[in-house]
Design a protein around this ligand. Structure first.
Ligand SMILES: Cc1ncc(COP(=O)(O)O)c(C=O)c1O
Length: 245
């Protein structure tokens, strides 16, 4: 649906990026004595919570001069971070290259492609730093391609900071500070670290739960095995969990 209007006082966003965040809460009617709510992160314009961290990392890089006009964004992603960066690149006119592992779904790969980003599909590897895997390939491309910037979501503290500044305050406001427990899937652990840090600052009694993949590096204490789930699973030691402390 599109509009034409002669009313200049009409309310609108200047571009899609300012519609990121402020997602609604929905009550989940599980049989439980607790009142459980879901925050509908899929209503972000790129379709996931990753829009928040992607925009924060790109804006941080722009501020620091690490990413300049017409530069190239290169990132390894299980899909949603790639979709978010591809969308941001399309709006801000950056070239975007996303390396994904073979386990990323066709839908996610198609979405990345449809924003005009280039996809590099890499094999599923056990260790994140295996040179054939998507993280190491993205690192190599970022070294080789001039004017490239790799957000490196697993190591970039602008990632948890996005949640400290947006997801945490939104949840606190939406629950009027009455939240007792917070649960979120952990991939980079940006969501649980940033949101958790904010909620703990407001009320140290709030309990924070990160949901990891059973076969991840973190869950198995370094004896990880390949697993199929996308996006979830802490695959190496990460400074992002330290941000939480
Ligand atoms: C839909 C979705 N939820 C949660 C996560 C994990 O979030 P985080 O990387 O902040 O731990 C991901 C990661 O890709 C994701 O795609």
């Amino acid at each position: 649906m599109f509009f034409i209007s002669i009313d200049t006082s009409i309310q609108y966003h200047n571009n899609i990026l300012s519609t990121i965040g402020n997602t609604p809460l929905v009550k989940i009617n599980f049989e439980s004595r607790a009142a459980i709510y879901a925050k509908l992160e899929y209503l972000n314009p790129g379709g996931s919570i990753k829009d928040r961290s992607a925009l924060a990392m790109i804006e941080d890089a722009e501020r620091q001069g690490l990413l300049r006009p017409k530069g190239t964004i290169i990132e390894a992603s299980s899909g949603n971070q790639g979709i978010a960066l591809a969308m941001i690149g399309a709006v801000k006119k950056y070239r975007v290259i996303i390396t994904v592992s073979k386990k990323a779904s066709e839908e996610k790969k198609n979405a990345i492609h449809s924003y005009g980003a280039k996809l590099v599909v890499c094999p599923v590897v056990e260790r994140y730093d295996d040179p054939r895997g998507c993280w190491a390939v993205a690192k190599r491309l970022a070294r080789e391609i001039p004017h490239a910037f790799m957000p490196d979501q697993h190591f970039n503290l602008a990632n948890p900071d996005a949640h400290y500044r947006s997801t945490g305050p939104e949840i606190w406001r939406q629950t009027r500070g009455k939240i007792t427990h917070f649960f979120a899937a952990a991939g980079t652990a940006g969501t649980i670290s940033g949101t958790g840090k904010y909620l703990k600052k407001k009320n140290p009694n709030v309990k924070i739960f990160g949901v990891d993949a059973a076969n991840s590096y973190f869950s198995t204490k370094g004896n990880q095995k390949p697993y199929q789930i996308e996006g979830m699973g802490i695959d190496h030691d990460t400074p992002i969990l330290i941000y939480y402390r």
